[in-house]
Design a binder for this molecule. Structure first.
Ligand code: ZN
Length: 63
């Protein structure tokens, strides 16, 4: 009986998780990109800034 209740809780949690988009995290340091607080050693934003210039030329990248 307790097992069933626990499973329901797990399902609700999984459902909630699937409805919310996973927060984008920096692949370099794991920081939340929303907050923009990267580790001091992280070069992710620098590499993104360089890539974004190339994306503008291609236009449809990632669409
Ligand atoms: Zn980072």
């Amino acid at each position: 009986m307790k097992k069933g209740r626990h499973r329901r809780f797990e399902e609700a949690r999984a459902l909630k998780r699937s409805n919310e988009p996973a927060p984008a995290r920096c692949p370099e340091c794991g920081a939340l990109l929303e907050e923009g607080e990267h580790a001091s050693w992280c070069l992710y934003e620098e590499s993104q800034a360089e890539e974004s210039q190339e994306e503008e030329d291609e236009g449809a990248y990632g669409a």
